[in-house]
Ligand binder design. Structure first.
Ligand code: M6R
Length: 613
């Protein structure tokens, strides 16, 4: 979704904002713009496409001596991704500019009202009504004008505003879209849609909450309620990530770097949380009492995309080991169906970013119905973690590639911990089993670390026969059915090959009709409780000449009698297979997309953090 960067301070504006926008590229965008104020005059640059296009038209402005301005990457919602629709948008005088992330739902009526008053519009965007509305209220106090304008607005926004009449001040405001301030005594004041643009300058951040407005100056900031106008004391948080964590570090793509970071991400997520002697699990930010946890009789897992696949795996774990019925919902469906939720239901939101609009709306609804909320989240201080009663943080570090990799396996590690934690609290698992499973989880990181380079080499060779396929099927059973879904999602999002995931046992109820000598199928067939069933399913594919790739357990020679294309993985506890078997699915997608010359880190039409509905 759109990215916002704003800066006021001693540094030259353009490199700070351009660098910041580059660090937000992963959010997805199709046009970009920058505005700065110098000698009382606003100068604006906008272009379609990648930031490089913007940089090209700004060549002469790169060294401009301005110290205040705003930048924006736009992911089109209202109006095509053209230069005219790119942000910043200006008022009729050209002395006031706005950048915006979100959707103004009542923009039609506001636009008509403003047109009648004589305002001139230059774009098709919903955002442009904001700048004219602020202009309409503006006399000599920008904060007051923005507050009055936003009182008229229905919808979501993260907003940056700059007016030549107040040349040392930026205004930021938020409602249902993320916006964070970065503060540093010497460097100045920053605003951004996410943390990476702030990392080179400061680790001190202030997260804005809904209906809050910030006044930002080089050496000062203040936050106000948009509803009451009163000043609010905000907590300043320290971010543990550093700037290098958001760099490629020698890898060709962020996605590949992040695939290789998975062993560390799992270790960081698990370490210190399992007592190696007793297998007892500690989740420090859980904040729910033992009564809360023993009193629940149902769990709803709510998430989108890859995080939803993590939820599907967790359902198997929680039901088996903690004995609690689990429902799994796609957040965009959850929020619009009749929810049978009360105080005996625990709702768990799974989200890498902690900002996904549908998931956030889902937990708000569940909270209203009396449910306690826990979030499994990777971003400290994100909106979901602030609104949930408790959080289990995944410690995956910043994930920049749009395709989620290390965030997913860390979510699985955190959900497995959560399962052990629940089982301990509810007395559904003996200490010996808990200890054994806990140890298996810890040692899984080493297994993945060893297998990664070997697998990558094998897969690079293997995909020469598959990279130009038009379609792909992924099949798995039980715990590995969600991994088939995840493999298919990964492949389609970064390589644009049409791919579907199925439960192997479901093939003969329809999808088997697709199988012929041209259809590639990746089958997940570890030696587990449903091994024989999975083998029967892949034999059915073979009988119809499907082009099979199998992933199975080292030493299982039978797989080689079914197909030549077998990837072997070491044997681990079968409960943890979903984490291990994700790795080849990720690498296969990565290598195919890379071979096809796709933009792996920023696939077309996708945004990293989906902050609008
Ligand atoms: O930040 P979240 O985990 O809430 O994001 C949910 C999905 O948008 C995300 O997992 C998406 O499906 C990824 N592109 C998958 O690779």
């Amino acid at each position: 979704m759109c990215g916002i960067v704003g800066y006021v301070g001693r540094r030259r504006l353009v490199p700070v904002v351009l660098g910041g926008l580059k660090r937000l590229e992963y959010r997805g965008y199709d046009s970009a713009g920058i505005v700065y104020l110098q000698d009382g005059k606003l100068t604006k640059f906008r272009s379609e496409g990648k930031l490089q296009n913007l940089e090209n038209i700004m060549e002469d402005a790169l060294g401009a001596s301005s110290h205040i301005g705003l930048g924006h990457t736009r992911w089109a919602t209202h109006g095509a991704p053209t230069t005219e629709n790119a942000h910043p948008h200006s008022d009729c005088t050209g002395e006031l500019v706005v950048v915006h992330n979100g959707i103004i739902e009542n923009y039609h009526s506001l636009r008509n009202e403003l047109l009648e008053k004589g305002h001139k519009f230059a774009s098709e965007t919903d955002t442009e009504v904001l700048v004219h509305l602020i202009e309409d209220y503006l006399e000599d106090d920008l904060q007051e004008a923005v507050t009055k304008a936003l009182a008229r607005v229905e919808g979501s926004y993260a907003l940056g505003v700059l007016w030549s009449g107040m040349p040392d001040t930026l205004i930021a405001a938020r409602n249902h879209c993320p916006l964070v301030l970065g503060i540093h005594e010497e460097e100045g004041g920053f605003m951004a849609s996410d943390i990476p643009p702030l990392l080179p300058y400061t680790d001190q951040v202030v997260f804005l909450d809904d209906k809050e407005l910030a006044v930002l100056q080089a050496d000062n900031y203040a936050v106000y309620s948009l509803e009451t106008g009163e000043q609010i004391e905000k907590e300043v948080k320290t971010i543990a990530w550093n700037a290098a964590m958001a760099e490629k570090g020698g890898y060709k793509h962020f996605m590949l770097k992040e695939i290789y970071e998975q062993p560390q991400a799992i270790i960081d997520t698990v370490s210190g949380r399992i007592n190696p002697e007793t297998g007892s699990v500690t989740l420090p930010e859980m904040n729910l009492s033992d009564e809360d946890l023993t009193g629940i009789d149902r769990i709803f897992l709510v998430a989108c995309g890859t995080s939803w696949h993590a939820a599907l795996v967790a359902k198997y774990w929680i039901e088996r080991w903690a004995g609690i019925p689990v429902e799994v919902d796609i957040a965009s469906e959850f929020r619009y169906r009749k929810l049978l939720i009360n105080e005996r239901v625990l709702t768990v939101a799974i989200s890498q970013s902690g900002e996904t609009a549908d998931t956030l709306a889902g937990i708000r609804l569940a909270k209203e119905l009396g449910s306690k909320i826990v979030t499994i989240c990777n971003v400290v201080g994100s909106t979901m973690t602030r609104e949930a009663h408790g959080t289990v943080y995944t410690h995956a570090g910043p994930e920049i590639g749009v395709a989620s990799t290390k965030a997913f396996t860390s979510q699985l590690a955190a959900l497995f911990l959560f399962t052990l934690f629940l089982a301990e609290k509810r007395g559904t698992m003996d200490a010996k089993t808990r200890l054994e499973l806990g140890k298996e989880l810890i040692s899984l990181a080493t297994v993945i670390e060893k297998v990664l380079p070997v697998l990558q080499d094998e897969i690079k060779e293997l995909i020469e026969n598959y990279y130009d396929s038009r379609d792909f099927l992924f099949v798995g059973r039980g715990l590995n059915f969600p991994i088939a879904l995840e493999g298919a999602l990964k492949l389609k999002e970064i390589s644009y090959i049409h791919a579907e995931g199925y439960a192997s046992g479901e093939l003969k109820h329809g999808p088997i009709a697709l199988i012929d000598k041209d259809m590639p199928i990746l089958g997940i067939t570890p030696r587990d409780a449903v091994y024989q069933k999975s083998i029967s399913n892949v034999e059915e594919i073979k009988a119809r000449q499907g082009r099979l790739i199998l992933i199975g357990t080292k030493g299982d020679d039978h797989l080689k009698t079914i197909t030549d294309d077998v990837l072997y993985l070491p044997e681990v506890h079968e409960e943890l297979n979903p984490i291990l078997y994700t790795i080849p699915a990720q690498l296969l997608s990565y290598e195919i997309a890379s071979r096809r010359g796709c933009d792996v880190d920023q696939p077309r039409n996708l945004a990293k953090s989906v902050t609008v509905e």
